[in-house]
Design a protein around this ligand. Structure first.
Ligand code: G6Q
Length: 550
Protein backbone atom coordinates (compact mmCIF):
# COMPACT_ATOMS: atom_id res chain seq x y z
CA UNK A 1 0.00 0.00 0.00
CA UNK A 2 1.26 3.47 -0.78
CA UNK A 3 2.46 5.77 1.95
CA UNK A 4 0.18 8.51 3.26
CA UNK A 5 2.24 11.29 1.77
CA UNK A 6 2.10 9.83 -1.74
CA UNK A 7 -1.73 9.77 -1.84
CA UNK A 8 -3.38 12.24 -4.22
CA UNK A 9 -5.35 13.74 -1.32
CA UNK A 10 -2.19 14.54 0.63
CA UNK A 11 -0.85 17.58 -1.24
CA UNK A 12 -4.15 19.54 -1.20
CA UNK A 13 -4.26 18.92 2.55
CA UNK A 14 -0.64 20.00 2.98
CA UNK A 15 -1.43 23.22 1.04
CA UNK A 16 -4.57 23.75 3.12
CA UNK A 17 -2.55 23.29 6.30
CA UNK A 18 -0.15 26.06 5.22
CA UNK A 19 -3.14 28.40 4.80
CA UNK A 20 -4.84 27.53 8.05
CA UNK A 21 -2.00 26.91 10.52
CA UNK A 22 -1.64 30.60 11.41
CA UNK A 23 -5.35 31.29 11.76
CA UNK A 24 -6.88 31.71 15.19
CA UNK A 25 -10.15 29.92 15.94
CA UNK A 26 -11.48 33.13 17.49
CA UNK A 27 -11.33 34.75 14.04
CA UNK A 28 -12.98 31.73 12.47
CA UNK A 29 -15.87 31.97 14.93
CA UNK A 30 -16.13 35.73 14.31
CA UNK A 31 -16.29 35.22 10.52
CA UNK A 32 -18.80 32.37 10.52
CA UNK A 33 -21.84 32.65 12.76
CA UNK A 34 -23.01 29.20 11.66
CA UNK A 35 -19.79 27.51 12.73
CA UNK A 36 -21.26 25.71 15.76
CA UNK A 37 -24.22 24.39 13.73
CA UNK A 38 -22.00 23.35 10.84
CA UNK A 39 -19.39 21.65 12.99
CA UNK A 40 -21.49 19.74 15.49
CA UNK A 41 -23.58 16.59 15.19
CA UNK A 42 -25.56 13.93 16.98
CA UNK A 43 -25.36 10.13 16.77
CA UNK A 44 -26.56 7.23 18.91
CA UNK A 45 -27.62 9.62 21.69
CA UNK A 46 -24.27 11.46 21.81
CA UNK A 47 -23.74 15.10 20.83
CA UNK A 48 -20.35 16.12 19.43
CA UNK A 49 -19.22 19.74 19.13
CA UNK A 50 -16.08 19.80 17.00
CA UNK A 51 -16.25 23.49 16.11
CA UNK A 52 -13.37 24.32 18.51
CA UNK A 53 -10.87 22.73 16.15
CA UNK A 54 -8.33 24.34 13.85
CA UNK A 55 -10.36 23.61 10.76
CA UNK A 56 -12.39 25.58 8.25
CA UNK A 57 -15.43 24.32 6.36
CA UNK A 58 -12.99 23.07 3.68
CA UNK A 59 -10.87 20.89 5.97
CA UNK A 60 -13.18 17.96 6.55
CA UNK A 61 -13.96 17.35 2.85
CA UNK A 62 -10.21 17.35 2.13
CA UNK A 63 -9.60 14.85 4.95
CA UNK A 64 -12.49 12.73 3.70
CA UNK A 65 -10.72 12.54 0.33
CA UNK A 66 -7.83 10.90 2.15
CA UNK A 67 -10.26 8.40 3.71
CA UNK A 68 -11.84 7.69 0.33
CA UNK A 69 -8.45 7.09 -1.22
CA UNK A 70 -7.83 4.57 1.56
CA UNK A 71 -11.14 2.90 0.58
CA UNK A 72 -12.57 3.51 4.05
CA UNK A 73 -16.18 2.64 3.24
CA UNK A 74 -15.20 -0.83 2.01
CA UNK A 75 -12.85 -1.30 4.92
CA UNK A 76 -15.73 -0.60 7.32
CA UNK A 77 -17.79 -3.26 5.51
CA UNK A 78 -14.88 -5.70 5.72
CA UNK A 79 -14.64 -5.10 9.48
CA UNK A 80 -18.30 -5.72 10.08
CA UNK A 81 -18.74 -8.61 7.70
CA UNK A 82 -16.12 -10.91 9.18
CA UNK A 83 -13.29 -10.41 6.66
CA UNK A 84 -9.78 -11.22 7.85
CA UNK A 85 -9.00 -7.63 8.86
CA UNK A 86 -6.35 -8.76 11.36
CA UNK A 87 -3.94 -9.80 8.61
CA UNK A 88 -0.91 -10.65 10.76
CA UNK A 89 -2.90 -13.12 12.87
CA UNK A 90 -5.18 -14.17 10.02
CA UNK A 91 -8.39 -13.37 11.91
CA UNK A 92 -11.56 -11.38 11.70
CA UNK A 93 -12.25 -8.76 14.41
CA UNK A 94 -15.92 -9.23 15.09
CA UNK A 95 -16.60 -7.25 18.26
CA UNK A 96 -19.54 -5.69 16.39
CA UNK A 97 -21.14 -9.15 16.07
CA UNK A 98 -21.05 -9.54 19.86
CA UNK A 99 -23.49 -6.62 20.14
CA UNK A 100 -25.46 -7.29 16.97
CA UNK A 101 -29.02 -6.86 18.25
CA UNK A 102 -30.56 -7.53 14.82
CA UNK A 103 -31.43 -10.85 13.17
CA UNK A 104 -28.65 -10.34 10.63
CA UNK A 105 -26.33 -13.36 10.39
CA UNK A 106 -22.63 -12.52 10.63
CA UNK A 107 -20.45 -14.86 8.66
CA UNK A 108 -16.78 -15.56 9.08
CA UNK A 109 -14.89 -18.48 7.56
CA UNK A 110 -18.20 -19.64 6.05
CA UNK A 111 -19.99 -19.83 9.40
CA UNK A 112 -22.62 -17.66 11.08
CA UNK A 113 -21.20 -16.64 14.47
CA UNK A 114 -24.53 -15.40 15.86
CA UNK A 115 -25.89 -18.74 17.24
CA UNK A 116 -22.75 -19.21 19.39
CA UNK A 117 -22.88 -15.60 20.56
CA UNK A 118 -26.55 -15.96 21.57
CA UNK A 119 -25.84 -19.25 23.37
CA UNK A 120 -23.14 -17.67 25.55
CA UNK A 121 -25.26 -14.57 26.19
CA UNK A 122 -28.04 -16.82 27.43
CA UNK A 123 -25.57 -18.71 29.66
CA UNK A 124 -24.41 -15.33 31.05
CA UNK A 125 -28.00 -14.28 31.64
CA UNK A 126 -28.84 -17.43 33.60
CA UNK A 127 -25.65 -17.32 35.63
CA UNK A 128 -25.74 -13.60 36.48
CA UNK A 129 -29.38 -13.89 37.54
CA UNK A 130 -28.59 -16.89 39.77
CA UNK A 131 -25.75 -15.00 41.45
CA UNK A 132 -27.78 -11.82 41.91
CA UNK A 133 -30.84 -13.60 43.27
CA UNK A 134 -28.84 -15.64 45.75
CA UNK A 135 -29.85 -18.88 44.06
CA UNK A 136 -26.16 -19.55 43.28
CA UNK A 137 -24.74 -20.56 46.61
CA UNK A 138 -21.26 -21.06 47.94
CA UNK A 139 -20.08 -24.20 49.74
CA UNK A 140 -21.68 -23.18 53.03
CA UNK A 141 -25.08 -22.58 51.43
CA UNK A 142 -24.75 -18.79 51.59
CA UNK A 143 -25.30 -16.35 48.74
CA UNK A 144 -22.37 -14.67 46.97
CA UNK A 145 -21.47 -11.26 48.38
CA UNK A 146 -18.18 -10.57 46.55
CA UNK A 147 -16.97 -11.21 43.03
CA UNK A 148 -13.26 -11.06 42.19
CA UNK A 149 -12.45 -10.73 38.50
CA UNK A 150 -8.93 -11.96 37.91
CA UNK A 151 -7.56 -10.90 34.52
CA UNK A 152 -5.22 -8.36 32.96
CA UNK A 153 -5.14 -6.02 29.96
CA UNK A 154 -8.22 -6.52 27.83
CA UNK A 155 -9.56 -9.05 30.35
CA UNK A 156 -9.54 -6.40 33.08
CA UNK A 157 -9.61 -2.81 31.81
CA UNK A 158 -12.93 -3.03 29.94
CA UNK A 159 -15.07 -4.74 32.60
CA UNK A 160 -13.46 -2.70 35.35
CA UNK A 161 -14.04 0.62 33.56
CA UNK A 162 -17.68 -0.29 32.78
CA UNK A 163 -18.42 -1.52 36.30
CA UNK A 164 -17.05 1.74 37.71
CA UNK A 165 -18.93 3.84 35.14
CA UNK A 166 -22.21 2.05 35.94
CA UNK A 167 -21.69 2.09 39.68
CA UNK A 168 -25.10 3.67 40.23
CA UNK A 169 -26.77 0.65 38.59
CA UNK A 170 -24.80 -1.98 40.54
CA UNK A 171 -26.55 -4.30 42.96
CA UNK A 172 -26.00 -3.27 46.57
CA UNK A 173 -24.56 -6.05 48.74
CA UNK A 174 -22.68 -7.51 45.79
CA UNK A 175 -19.18 -6.05 45.66
CA UNK A 176 -16.94 -6.26 42.63
CA UNK A 177 -13.14 -6.46 42.90
CA UNK A 178 -10.61 -6.50 40.08
CA UNK A 179 -7.19 -8.09 40.45
CA UNK A 180 -4.75 -7.72 37.56
CA UNK A 181 -1.22 -7.01 38.75
CA UNK A 182 1.17 -9.88 39.41
CA UNK A 183 2.42 -7.84 42.37
CA UNK A 184 1.28 -10.00 45.30
CA UNK A 185 0.08 -6.87 47.05
CA UNK A 186 -2.83 -6.60 44.63
CA UNK A 187 -4.42 -9.96 45.40
CA UNK A 188 -3.43 -9.80 49.08
CA UNK A 189 -5.22 -6.48 49.50
CA UNK A 190 -8.25 -7.66 47.50
CA UNK A 191 -8.70 -10.81 49.60
CA UNK A 192 -7.96 -9.17 52.95
CA UNK A 193 -11.53 -8.67 54.09
CA UNK A 194 -13.30 -11.31 51.99
CA UNK A 195 -15.08 -14.40 53.23
CA UNK A 196 -14.16 -17.47 51.11
CA UNK A 197 -17.63 -18.97 51.66
CA UNK A 198 -19.34 -16.02 49.91
CA UNK A 199 -16.69 -15.10 47.31
CA UNK A 200 -16.89 -15.97 43.62
CA UNK A 201 -13.80 -15.81 41.40
CA UNK A 202 -14.12 -15.06 37.71
CA UNK A 203 -10.90 -16.03 35.96
CA UNK A 204 -10.89 -13.96 32.78
CA UNK A 205 -8.28 -14.94 30.24
CA UNK A 206 -8.71 -15.41 26.52
CA UNK A 207 -5.63 -17.63 26.25
CA UNK A 208 -5.63 -18.96 29.83
CA UNK A 209 -1.84 -18.89 29.62
CA UNK A 210 -1.19 -15.35 30.84
CA UNK A 211 1.48 -15.49 33.57
CA UNK A 212 -0.01 -12.78 35.81
CA UNK A 213 -3.58 -14.10 35.64
CA UNK A 214 -2.60 -17.70 36.31
CA UNK A 215 -0.39 -16.70 39.25
CA UNK A 216 -3.27 -14.72 40.77
CA UNK A 217 -5.78 -17.49 40.02
CA UNK A 218 -3.62 -20.12 41.77
CA UNK A 219 -3.12 -17.86 44.79
CA UNK A 220 -6.88 -17.29 44.93
CA UNK A 221 -7.57 -21.02 44.77
CA UNK A 222 -5.03 -21.77 47.53
CA UNK A 223 -6.59 -19.03 49.70
CA UNK A 224 -10.05 -20.46 49.04
CA UNK A 225 -9.08 -24.07 49.75
CA UNK A 226 -7.45 -23.13 53.03
CA UNK A 227 -10.99 -22.53 54.30
CA UNK A 228 -13.14 -24.70 52.04
CA UNK A 229 -10.77 -27.71 52.31
CA UNK A 230 -12.61 -29.90 49.77
CA UNK A 231 -11.53 -29.39 46.10
CA UNK A 232 -15.08 -30.14 44.99
CA UNK A 233 -16.11 -26.74 46.34
CA UNK A 234 -14.01 -25.05 43.64
CA UNK A 235 -16.94 -25.71 41.28
CA UNK A 236 -19.26 -23.27 43.05
CA UNK A 237 -16.61 -20.56 43.56
CA UNK A 238 -14.57 -20.45 40.33
CA UNK A 239 -15.77 -19.77 36.80
CA UNK A 240 -13.67 -19.09 33.70
CA UNK A 241 -14.05 -16.80 30.70
CA UNK A 242 -11.81 -18.14 27.98
CA UNK A 243 -11.27 -19.56 24.52
CA UNK A 244 -9.02 -22.33 25.90
CA UNK A 245 -11.18 -25.21 27.18
CA UNK A 246 -8.26 -27.57 27.89
CA UNK A 247 -6.37 -25.08 30.03
CA UNK A 248 -9.54 -24.17 31.95
CA UNK A 249 -10.28 -27.79 32.84
CA UNK A 250 -6.61 -28.43 33.63
CA UNK A 251 -6.84 -25.60 36.19
CA UNK A 252 -9.73 -27.47 37.82
CA UNK A 253 -12.69 -25.43 36.62
CA UNK A 254 -15.63 -27.46 35.43
CA UNK A 255 -16.50 -27.09 31.71
CA UNK A 256 -20.05 -26.18 32.70
CA UNK A 257 -18.63 -23.16 34.53
CA UNK A 258 -16.75 -21.93 31.49
CA UNK A 259 -18.08 -19.08 29.36
CA UNK A 260 -16.61 -19.27 25.90
CA UNK A 261 -15.53 -16.71 23.37
CA UNK A 262 -13.57 -16.96 20.18
CA UNK A 263 -10.26 -16.04 18.57
CA UNK A 264 -11.93 -13.31 16.51
CA UNK A 265 -12.59 -11.34 19.72
CA UNK A 266 -9.52 -9.17 20.40
CA UNK A 267 -8.60 -8.73 24.09
CA UNK A 268 -9.15 -4.96 24.15
CA UNK A 269 -12.42 -5.38 22.23
CA UNK A 270 -13.73 -8.14 24.47
CA UNK A 271 -15.90 -6.46 27.11
CA UNK A 272 -18.97 -7.23 24.96
CA UNK A 273 -18.23 -10.97 25.13
CA UNK A 274 -18.16 -13.37 28.09
CA UNK A 275 -15.43 -11.05 29.45
CA UNK A 276 -18.37 -8.79 30.43
CA UNK A 277 -19.68 -11.40 32.91
CA UNK A 278 -18.62 -9.34 35.94
CA UNK A 279 -20.54 -6.37 34.48
CA UNK A 280 -23.65 -8.52 33.95
CA UNK A 281 -23.44 -9.77 37.54
CA UNK A 282 -23.00 -6.24 38.88
CA UNK A 283 -25.71 -4.41 36.92
CA UNK A 284 -27.96 -7.27 35.84
CA UNK A 285 -28.27 -8.87 32.42
CA UNK A 286 -30.91 -6.44 31.14
CA UNK A 287 -28.59 -3.51 31.76
CA UNK A 288 -25.75 -5.45 30.10
CA UNK A 289 -28.00 -5.84 27.04
CA UNK A 290 -28.63 -2.06 27.09
CA UNK A 291 -24.86 -1.57 26.98
CA UNK A 292 -24.73 -3.85 23.92
CA UNK A 293 -27.65 -1.94 22.40
CA UNK A 294 -25.85 1.41 22.81
CA UNK A 295 -22.79 0.02 21.04
CA UNK A 296 -25.00 -1.46 18.32
CA UNK A 297 -26.63 1.98 17.82
CA UNK A 298 -23.17 3.43 17.20
CA UNK A 299 -22.26 0.50 14.88
CA UNK A 300 -25.32 1.23 12.75
CA UNK A 301 -24.41 4.92 12.56
CA UNK A 302 -20.78 4.10 11.69
CA UNK A 303 -21.83 1.69 8.98
CA UNK A 304 -24.49 3.83 7.34
CA UNK A 305 -23.68 7.55 7.81
CA UNK A 306 -21.91 9.47 5.05
CA UNK A 307 -18.23 9.95 5.84
CA UNK A 308 -18.69 13.72 6.30
CA UNK A 309 -21.49 13.09 8.83
CA UNK A 310 -19.97 10.11 10.58
CA UNK A 311 -18.97 10.75 14.20
CA UNK A 312 -16.14 8.19 14.56
CA UNK A 313 -14.83 9.14 11.10
CA UNK A 314 -14.81 12.86 11.92
CA UNK A 315 -13.05 12.33 15.26
CA UNK A 316 -10.46 10.04 13.62
CA UNK A 317 -9.77 12.47 10.78
CA UNK A 318 -9.25 15.28 13.29
CA UNK A 319 -6.67 13.14 15.06
CA UNK A 320 -4.94 12.47 11.74
CA UNK A 321 -5.03 16.24 11.04
CA UNK A 322 -3.25 17.06 14.30
CA UNK A 323 -0.81 14.12 14.29
CA UNK A 324 0.27 14.28 10.66
CA UNK A 325 0.03 18.00 9.92
CA UNK A 326 0.38 19.84 13.24
CA UNK A 327 2.84 17.30 14.68
CA UNK A 328 0.76 16.55 17.82
CA UNK A 329 2.11 13.55 19.73
CA UNK A 330 -0.45 13.26 22.48
CA UNK A 331 -4.20 13.39 23.01
CA UNK A 332 -5.90 14.28 26.26
CA UNK A 333 -9.09 12.56 27.42
CA UNK A 334 -10.92 14.66 30.01
CA UNK A 335 -14.10 12.99 31.26
CA UNK A 336 -16.04 15.39 33.48
CA UNK A 337 -17.70 12.58 35.38
CA UNK A 338 -16.26 10.77 38.37
CA UNK A 339 -17.87 7.47 37.33
CA UNK A 340 -15.76 7.61 34.12
CA UNK A 341 -12.53 7.77 36.09
CA UNK A 342 -11.15 4.61 34.45
CA UNK A 343 -12.13 5.70 30.94
CA UNK A 344 -8.75 7.33 30.10
CA UNK A 345 -6.91 4.18 31.24
CA UNK A 346 -9.26 2.03 29.16
CA UNK A 347 -8.73 4.28 26.11
CA UNK A 348 -4.98 4.15 26.61
CA UNK A 349 -5.04 0.44 25.89
CA UNK A 350 -7.64 0.68 23.15
CA UNK A 351 -5.79 3.36 21.23
CA UNK A 352 -2.13 2.80 22.08
CA UNK A 353 -2.13 -0.99 21.77
CA UNK A 354 -4.12 -0.70 18.54
CA UNK A 355 -2.35 2.15 16.79
CA UNK A 356 1.07 2.28 18.45
CA UNK A 357 2.68 0.71 15.37
CA UNK A 358 5.46 1.53 12.90
CA UNK A 359 4.84 -1.23 10.36
CA UNK A 360 2.28 -0.88 7.60
CA UNK A 361 -0.12 -3.72 6.92
CA UNK A 362 2.28 -5.20 4.35
CA UNK A 363 5.18 -5.09 6.84
CA UNK A 364 6.94 -2.06 5.34
CA UNK A 365 7.97 0.77 7.64
CA UNK A 366 5.59 3.73 7.93
CA UNK A 367 6.98 7.09 6.86
CA UNK A 368 4.49 9.10 8.92
CA UNK A 369 3.57 9.31 12.59
CA UNK A 370 0.84 6.98 13.91
CA UNK A 371 -1.11 6.72 17.17
CA UNK A 372 -0.59 9.54 19.69
CA UNK A 373 0.01 9.06 23.42
CA UNK A 374 -3.38 9.06 25.14
CA UNK A 375 -3.71 10.24 28.72
CA UNK A 376 -6.07 11.93 31.13
CA UNK A 377 -7.87 12.06 34.44
CA UNK A 378 -11.40 13.07 35.30
CA UNK A 379 -12.19 16.79 35.46
CA UNK A 380 -12.00 18.91 37.46
CA UNK A 381 -8.96 17.26 39.09
CA UNK A 382 -6.85 17.67 35.96
CA UNK A 383 -7.42 21.42 36.04
CA UNK A 384 -5.51 21.61 39.31
CA UNK A 385 -2.70 19.46 38.01
CA UNK A 386 -1.59 19.25 34.38
CA UNK A 387 -3.92 21.71 32.66
CA UNK A 388 -1.17 24.34 33.05
CA UNK A 389 0.77 22.56 30.30
CA UNK A 390 -2.30 22.14 28.09
CA UNK A 391 -2.99 25.91 28.28
CA UNK A 392 0.50 27.38 28.18
CA UNK A 393 2.96 24.57 27.36
CA UNK A 394 4.89 24.33 24.12
CA UNK A 395 3.06 21.21 22.87
CA UNK A 396 -0.20 21.23 20.96
CA UNK A 397 -2.47 18.79 22.80
CA UNK A 398 -5.86 18.12 21.24
CA UNK A 399 -8.36 17.15 23.92
CA UNK A 400 -11.74 15.43 24.21
CA UNK A 401 -14.02 16.78 26.94
CA UNK A 402 -16.80 14.33 27.86
CA UNK A 403 -19.65 15.34 30.15
CA UNK A 404 -23.18 14.16 30.99
CA UNK A 405 -25.76 16.99 31.03
CA UNK A 406 -27.69 15.30 33.83
CA UNK A 407 -26.01 14.11 37.00
CA UNK A 408 -26.79 10.79 38.68
CA UNK A 409 -26.05 12.54 41.99
CA UNK A 410 -27.62 16.01 41.79
CA UNK A 411 -26.24 17.29 45.07
CA UNK A 412 -26.46 21.05 45.66
CA UNK A 413 -24.74 23.10 42.95
CA UNK A 414 -22.15 20.42 42.18
CA UNK A 415 -23.34 19.54 38.71
CA UNK A 416 -23.76 23.08 37.35
CA UNK A 417 -20.28 23.75 38.73
CA UNK A 418 -18.90 20.66 36.97
CA UNK A 419 -20.59 21.59 33.69
CA UNK A 420 -19.38 25.18 33.95
CA UNK A 421 -15.80 24.07 34.47
CA UNK A 422 -15.91 21.69 31.54
CA UNK A 423 -17.31 24.25 29.11
CA UNK A 424 -15.13 27.07 30.44
CA UNK A 425 -11.97 25.03 29.89
CA UNK A 426 -12.81 24.46 26.23
CA UNK A 427 -13.57 28.18 25.87
CA UNK A 428 -10.33 29.19 27.56
CA UNK A 429 -8.27 26.77 25.47
CA UNK A 430 -9.82 28.15 22.30
CA UNK A 431 -10.00 31.83 23.20
CA UNK A 432 -6.78 32.44 25.13
CA UNK A 433 -6.02 35.88 26.53
CA UNK A 434 -4.07 38.54 24.65
CA UNK A 435 -1.87 41.28 26.08
CA UNK A 436 -4.47 44.04 25.65
CA UNK A 437 -7.15 42.13 27.56
CA UNK A 438 -4.68 41.23 30.27
CA UNK A 439 -3.49 44.84 30.58
CA UNK A 440 -7.07 46.06 30.95
CA UNK A 441 -7.83 43.46 33.62
CA UNK A 442 -4.67 44.21 35.55
CA UNK A 443 -5.24 47.97 35.34
CA UNK A 444 -8.74 47.51 36.74
CA UNK A 445 -7.16 45.66 39.65
CA UNK A 446 -4.79 48.58 40.26
CA UNK A 447 -1.59 47.14 38.76
CA UNK A 448 1.11 49.57 37.61
CA UNK A 449 2.35 49.69 34.01
CA UNK A 450 5.68 48.20 35.02
CA UNK A 451 3.97 45.32 36.79
CA UNK A 452 1.78 44.68 33.76
CA UNK A 453 4.89 44.64 31.58
CA UNK A 454 6.73 42.32 33.97
CA UNK A 455 3.94 39.74 34.08
CA UNK A 456 2.32 39.93 30.69
CA UNK A 457 4.49 37.18 29.15
CA UNK A 458 3.45 34.87 32.00
CA UNK A 459 -0.21 35.74 32.23
CA UNK A 460 -1.21 35.73 28.55
CA UNK A 461 -2.62 32.64 26.86
CA UNK A 462 -2.13 31.96 23.15
CA UNK A 463 -5.40 30.02 22.95
CA UNK A 464 -6.14 28.29 19.62
CA UNK A 465 -5.86 24.93 21.38
CA UNK A 466 -8.26 22.39 19.90
CA UNK A 467 -10.95 20.47 21.75
CA UNK A 468 -13.91 18.23 21.01
CA UNK A 469 -16.82 18.25 23.45
CA UNK A 470 -19.00 15.17 23.79
CA UNK A 471 -22.30 15.62 25.64
CA UNK A 472 -24.17 12.62 26.98
CA UNK A 473 -27.67 13.01 28.39
CA UNK A 474 -26.60 11.03 31.41
CA UNK A 475 -24.31 8.10 32.16
CA UNK A 476 -26.39 5.00 31.58
CA UNK A 477 -25.60 1.62 30.00
CA UNK A 478 -26.84 2.63 26.58
CA UNK A 479 -24.95 5.94 26.34
CA UNK A 480 -21.82 4.27 27.72
CA UNK A 481 -22.07 1.50 25.09
CA UNK A 482 -22.32 4.13 22.35
CA UNK A 483 -19.38 6.09 23.79
CA UNK A 484 -17.08 3.07 23.91
CA UNK A 485 -18.05 1.95 20.39
CA UNK A 486 -17.44 5.51 19.15
CA UNK A 487 -13.81 5.30 20.26
CA UNK A 488 -13.38 1.74 18.97
CA UNK A 489 -14.42 2.87 15.51
CA UNK A 490 -12.41 6.09 15.71
CA UNK A 491 -9.31 3.98 16.35
CA UNK A 492 -10.19 1.70 13.43
CA UNK A 493 -10.58 4.63 11.02
CA UNK A 494 -7.21 6.06 12.08
CA UNK A 495 -5.61 2.68 11.41
CA UNK A 496 -7.08 2.62 7.91
CA UNK A 497 -5.65 6.07 7.14
CA UNK A 498 -2.26 5.11 8.59
CA UNK A 499 -2.41 1.69 6.89
CA UNK A 500 -1.59 -0.25 10.04
CA UNK A 501 -3.20 -3.33 11.60
CA UNK A 502 -4.97 -2.18 14.81
CA UNK A 503 -5.85 -5.70 15.92
CA UNK A 504 -2.46 -7.21 16.73
CA UNK A 505 0.01 -6.29 19.51
CA UNK A 506 3.38 -7.85 18.70
CA UNK A 507 5.13 -5.10 20.64
CA UNK A 508 4.16 -6.69 23.96
CA UNK A 509 5.88 -10.01 23.20
CA UNK A 510 9.58 -9.25 23.63
CA UNK A 511 9.26 -8.15 27.25
CA UNK A 512 7.20 -11.25 28.11
CA UNK A 513 9.82 -13.50 26.48
CA UNK A 514 12.73 -11.89 28.33
CA UNK A 515 10.82 -11.91 31.64
CA UNK A 516 10.73 -15.75 31.54
CA UNK A 517 14.52 -15.87 31.38
CA UNK A 518 15.04 -13.21 34.04
CA UNK A 519 12.56 -14.99 36.33
CA UNK A 520 14.59 -18.21 36.08
CA UNK A 521 17.76 -16.31 36.94
CA UNK A 522 16.22 -14.49 39.91
CA UNK A 523 14.76 -17.71 41.28
CA UNK A 524 18.03 -19.63 40.74
CA UNK A 525 19.74 -17.00 42.92
CA UNK A 526 22.99 -17.12 40.92
CA UNK A 527 24.81 -14.26 39.35
CA UNK A 528 23.68 -13.38 35.82
CA UNK A 529 26.14 -13.01 32.95
CA UNK A 530 24.05 -13.51 29.80
CA UNK A 531 22.78 -9.93 29.38
CA UNK A 532 24.18 -6.46 28.88
CA UNK A 533 26.03 -4.87 31.82
CA UNK A 534 22.97 -2.94 33.05
CA UNK A 535 20.60 -5.91 33.01
CA UNK A 536 23.20 -8.26 34.58
CA UNK A 537 23.99 -5.61 37.19
CA UNK A 538 20.35 -5.10 38.17
CA UNK A 539 19.63 -8.84 38.38
CA UNK A 540 22.76 -9.31 40.49
CA UNK A 541 21.80 -6.52 42.91
CA UNK A 542 18.38 -8.17 43.38
CA UNK A 543 19.83 -11.69 43.74
CA UNK A 544 22.38 -10.51 46.30
CA UNK A 545 19.72 -8.80 48.39
CA UNK A 546 17.37 -11.76 48.14
CA UNK A 547 20.12 -14.17 49.15
CA UNK A 548 20.83 -12.15 52.31
CA UNK A 549 17.10 -12.28 53.15
CA UNK A 550 16.83 -16.06 52.58
C1 G6Q B 1 -5.49 -6.96 24.30
C2 G6Q B 1 -4.28 -7.71 24.53
C3 G6Q B 1 -3.96 -7.95 25.99
C4 G6Q B 1 -4.69 -9.13 26.60
C5 G6Q B 1 -4.00 -9.50 27.92
C6 G6Q B 1 -4.68 -10.63 28.62
O1 G6Q B 1 -5.93 -6.69 23.24
O2 G6Q B 1 -4.28 -8.84 23.79
O3 G6Q B 1 -4.18 -6.82 26.80
O4 G6Q B 1 -6.03 -8.85 26.79
O5 G6Q B 1 -2.66 -9.80 27.67
O6 G6Q B 1 -4.68 -11.76 27.82
P1 G6Q B 1 -5.56 -13.01 28.21
O7 G6Q B 1 -6.98 -12.60 28.19
O8 G6Q B 1 -5.25 -14.05 27.16
O9 G6Q B 1 -5.13 -13.42 29.58
Amino acid sequence: MSDLMSLNAWQPLADHYQQIKGEHMLDMFARDTGRFDNLSMQAAGLFLDYSKNRISNDTLPLLVNLAKERDLQNRISDLMSGETVNNTEQRAALHTALRNRSDRPVMTAGQDVMPDIRRVLSQMSTFSEAVRSGQWQGYSGEAITDIVNIGIGGSDLGPQMVTEALHRYCKPNLSLHFVSNVDGSHITKALQNLNPATTLFIIASKTFTTQETLANAHTARDWFLESAKDKQHVASHFVALSTNRDAVTAFGIDESNMFAFWDWVGGRYSLWSAIGLSVACAVGFERFEELLQGAHDMDLHFQSAKLTENMPVIMALLTVWYVNFFGAVSHLIAPYDQYLHRFPAYLQQLTMESNGKSAMRDGGAVAHNTGPIVWGEPGTNGQHAYFQLVHQGTHLIPADFIVPVESLNPVGRHHPMLLANCIAQTEALMRGKDRETLAMEMKDQGASDSEIKRLSGHKTFSGNRPTNTLLLETIDPRSLGALIALYEHKVFVESVIWDINPFDQWGVELGKQLAKQVLQEIEAGKSATAHDASTNGLINCIVKRRNTLA
